[in-house]
Design a protein around this ligand. Structure first.
Ligand code: AMP
Ligand code: ZN
Length: 134
């Protein structure tokens, strides 16, 4: 738990581009996005997979997902929003603290699950962060 990078992000021990925070949840830009604006929403409660997240904590994070998705849609002008959540290595999970991916979608563009290369620079992420929060 102590070496969990997402717990460290919640505590501010690892920097992140925070999009939203409330009592139950924390949302921040993904540093290896598959789409500009790709954002992660995480419960503050540490559980490695959905199977281990208490239902009341899941219920607590859902409003933050909706609110963050609404903000991203408004500020980025995307046509849709994909919500993805992976559990276990077999599903492609790489960080073992439950997280929900919000991925802006555009009409006529099929989703490509490969992270964009090159990854955005810190300056690009900072500009995106300003656009979303501005
Ligand atoms: P998953 O494959 O569902 O476990 O996704 C983990 C996600 O966390 C990936 O999209 C990574 O790009 C993202 N990620 C890993 N470390 C960080 C970090 N320090 N800040 C922001 N996003 C991160
Ligand atoms: Zn954690």
């Amino acid at each position: 738990m102590n070496d969990c990078i997402f717990c460290k992000i919640i505590k501010g021990e690892i920097p992140s581009f925070k999009i939203f925070e409330d009592e139950h949840a924390f949302a921040f830009l993904d540093i290896n996005p598959i789409e500009r604006g790709h954002t992660l929403v995480i419960p503050k409660f540490h559980a490695k997979e959905l199977f281990f997240l208490p239902p009341e904590e899941l219920a607590g994070v859902m409003p933050a997902i909706q609110r963050t998705a609404t903000l991203l849609k408004k500020k980025l002008g995307c046509d849709g929003m994909a919500l993805s959540q992976l559990n276990g290595e077999a599903a492609g999970q790489t960080v073992f603290h439950v997280h929900f991916h919000l991925i802006p979608r555009y009409a006529g563009t099929p989703i490509d699950w490969t992270p964009k290369t090159p990854a955005p620079t810190m300056e690009e992420l900072a500009a995106l962060h300003r656009q979303i929060l501005g």
